[in-house]
Design a protein around this ligand. Structure first.
Ligand SMILES: Nc1ncnc2c1ncn2[C@@H]1O[C@H](COP(=O)(O)OP(=O)(O)OP(=O)(O)O)[C@@H](O)[C@H]1O
Ligand SMILES: CC(=O)N[C@H]1[C@@H]2OC[C@@H](O2)[C@@H](O)[C@@H]1O[C@H](C)C(=O)O
Length: 385
């Protein structure tokens, strides 16, 4: 067994998810045990600076360097905290913080661009632990989107001999991995893509409606007290992204502040209450997920396994269950994999695979020409005792 730390802050920019994971095996045969998992919220001012950059604020190179190092320090601190009381880990896999993501677009920009801050060499030096980072660039160089990367880990940990499953992450952005029954050439039949907004628009709307006193709708209770406005959901669903065939990826560049402002403008004609607005935005997330399954999957799955913070939104989960009827919708916790820490676990596994010489991407998920090794390795100047 190898003890590895996985670190990620996702598109919600709420904080760093850290997982301490014991891993064995080499490829899709891996076994994992989650030894510890914790979320370390960003300091409020750092979160604000990151969100501003994600929303397109211009900063100087000096400010960019300073932001990169501040994020690396916060990640290194998270790594140091998660290992307290445990044996020394061998490796850290750090996704970092995405601040910009541009999918490839033929024929003008055939190579995409994805920028994660929190440089691995700084984390390695602060922790004394070899750190793998910059996981997306090799896939992008191979013509892929560099996202989603978690589907290969989903395939390893959540495939089933008799059941075709959709693993649906609902973070800031939503993404799905369709994992067919594990037999014959099942790996080639996996499909995955970013479904569109997860919680990003909901969180922004809650901040807007509460003048920044709240950052999300806990358990979806506020939205649950409203009613979705169907014509508005239909209108929003006509957005080009929902009709783009996979492989496809997106981010806050599309489903961010400007998008919410457009939604608020569209909603004016319907005079929605705050609760109705949240119910309608929740319905957009749910309907875009279901629409994408019905449009792009070879067949509907036998079960949907939810993960990410949105799986705690009970209203969202209930609406998803209603629209997917009769397909059961449960969380990955119910099949033994933490819904809160699956992404952090995934980056621990990707770092481990990097050392095993095992590719981390799935070309059917990212659109890359081939499987490639993911991540750049940074050795510390001074190794931890
Ligand atoms: N109890 C809860 N009720 C409702 N929503 C919740 C709850 N807990 C978390 N969330 C939502 O989940 C979000 C965080 O989810 P998560 O950490 O999975 O996102 P992320 O990893 O940043 O995003 P991504 O997967 O797109 O990179 C919060 O911003 C909030 O909207
Ligand atoms: C560029 C980027 O950070 N993309 C994230 C984002 O958050 C969810 C979705 O969009 C997914 O494609 C990806 O993250 C997960 C960890 C992935 O690569 O599988």
């Amino acid at each position: 067994m190898t003890l590895v730390i996985g670190l990620i802050s996702g598109t919600s920019v709420d904080g760093i998810d850290a997982a301490l994971v014991d891993i064995s095996g080499t490829d899709l045969d891996i076994k994992i045990e989650l030894v510890a998992g914790a979320t370390y919220p960003y300091p409020a001012d750092l979160r604000e600076r990151i969100l501003a950059v994600c929303a397109g604020a211009a900063i100087s190179m000096a400010q960019l360097a300073e932001l990169d190092d501040a994020i690396a320090c916060t990640f290194a601190q998270a790594a140091q905290n998660i290992q307290i009381g445990h044996e020394n880990p061998t490796l850290i896999g750090s996704h970092g913080q995405t601040v910009y993501h541009k999918p490839p677009s033929q024929p003008i920009t055939p190579i995409g661009y994805s920028l994660q801050l929190g440089r691995g060499e700084s984390i390695a030096n602060q922790t004394g632990i070899t750190t793998v980072s910059n996981f997306r660039v090799a896939d992008i160089a191979a013509g892929g989107h560099g996202a989603p990367l978690v589907p290969r880990i989903d395939a390893a940990l959540l495939s089933h001999p008799q059941e075709a499953r959709c693993i649906q992450n609902i973070g800031g952005i939503g993404n799905v991995a369709y994992i067919p029954v594990r037999r014959d050439n099942w790996l080639e039949k996996i499909r995955a893509w970013d479904t569109g907004p997860g919680n990003s628009l909901l969180d922004l709307a809650v901040e807007h409606l509460t003048n920044g006193t709240k950052t999300y709708d806990e358990n979806g209770s506020w939205a649950a007290s409203g009613t979705p406005c169907s014509p508005l959901v239909e209108h929003w669903l006509s957005q080009d992204y929902f009709y783009l065939p996979p492989p496809k990826s997106t981010g806050r560049e599309l489903f961010g502040v400007d998008y919410l402002h457009q939604c608020l403008q569209d909603a004016q004609a319907y005079q929605l209450s705050p609760a109705d607005l949240l119910a309608t935005l929740t319905e957009l997330t749910v309907a875009s997920i279901v629409h994408s399954y019905r449009t792009f999957l070879p067949q509907m799955p036998q079960r949907v396994l939810l993960c990410g913070g949105g799986s705690r939104n009970l209203y969202l989960k209930r609406r998803l269950q209603v629209l997917l009827e009769p397909v059961p919708v449960v969380t990955t916790d119910e099949v033994g994999l933490s819904a809160d820490f699956k992404e952090a676990i995934a980056f621990a596994v990707l770092a481990y695979w990097r050392f095993m010489g095992t590719p981390g991407n799935l070309p059917t998920a990212t659109g890359a020409r081939q499987e490639v090794l993911l991540g750049q390795i940074h050795s510390p100047l001074v190794v931890s005792a």
